[in-house]
Design a protein around this ligand. Structure first.
Ligand code: SF4
Length: 300
């Protein structure tokens, strides 16, 4: 079960006193007709149960086809099939050659780097036009993996790579929530991803309208209870929100800091917690407002 963030208790991101207001705020996900509006989110196609993997199988994820399906309108993408590789197909991998990473199919010594790079650039542009608000990726894939992908170099394997399509996604959408499938196995990280997507959707919708200084202040006041575990970022965002004009640069900064703050699960930051840091939910934090004790090369 996914659990609605405002209904959760032990791991709740939301304090009890905010529940009524929070429910009202998330009413942005309900259409004028009272229908639930599903947020468009990209997904690696094999996670939906489609047999598109190199071995002709799927990697159906029960959360993707279950409770998350009630909230998100999935936009399926399989980069390897979309660049013309068949099903089944010989496996591909990332190799470091003369210091440069390449996407290759060892069987046949095929270099797919240019084909995948061009495809990924065009595909993420299409996804931007479709208004996606997040992406759920298959882990360890040389195309879709976000973190911890094997990079082969000689007789060594460096397990810190990023798949080619995932890298293009991050480059095009620096603040958009991206997560790997194993994020969903942890209730707190799952809840964090859902929350990130919801708030990112709220902010983008507001931003795509006619942003005004007052509107930004209202947005900040309506969402600041989510930032109580990062008070310094809350204060910095508050200062941004009270500036007299709304410039694109200022909105970019606000968006970056907001999403970086939301990427920090509250439960993982409590002193003395035994929770392990999130490994598969990518966090972008170009700010130095509040050093994160869990920040490591693994989580980047
Ligand atoms: S991991 Fe990505 S490229 Fe591989 S089968 Fe799944 S969707 Fe296709």
């Amino acid at each position: 079960m996914c659990g609605r963030p405002w209904q959760r208790s032990r791991h709740s991101t939301f304090p009890r006193r905010h529940r009524r207001r929070r429910h009202h705020e998330t009413a942005g996900d309900v259409t004028m007709k009272g229908e639930h509006r599903k947020i468009p989110v990209g997904v690696s196609r094999c996670l939906l149960g489609e047999a598109v993997r190199y071995d002709g199988r799927d990697r159906r994820n029960p959360y993707v086809t279950g409770c998350l399906d009630e909230r998100f309108r999935w936009i399926p993408v399989c980069p390897e099939v979309e660049i013309g590789l068949g099903i089944p197909r010989p496996p591909i991998r990332i190799e470091r050659r003369e210091g440069v990473v390449r996407l290759v199919m060892p069987d046949g010594n095929l270099d797919l780097t240019e084909r995948m790079t061009t495809y990924a650039r065009n595909r993420v542009a299409e996804l931007a036009d479709a208004g996606i608000r997040g992406f759920l990726l298959k882990k360890r894939s040389p195309s879709c993996g976000l973190l911890g992908v094997d990079v082969h170099g000689g007789d060594r394997i460096d397990p810190t790579g990023t798949g080619f399509f995932a890298a293009a996604l991050r480059s095009r959408f620096p603040n958009m929530p991206l997560a790997q499938e194993d994020t969903l196995d942890d209730p707190l990280l799952r809840e964090t991803f859902i929350l990130q997507v919801q708030i990112y959707d709220h902010f983008r919708k507001w931003r795509e309208g006619k942003p005004t200084p007052k509107g930004l202040q209202r947005f900040h006041m309506a969402h600041r209870h989510l930032l109580r575990h990062t008070p310094r970022i809350d204060q910095a965002l508050g200062r941004i929100a009270t500036q007299g004009e709304v410039f694109p640069d200022l909105l970019d900064t606000y968006e970056t800091m907001l999403m970086a703050a939301l990427a920090r699960p509250e439960g993982a930051r409590k002193p003395g917690t035994s929770r392990t840091p999130p490994r598969s939910i990518e966090r972008t934090d170009p700010t130095n407002f509040e050093p994160d004790p869990f920040e490591s090369s693994e989580t980047r």
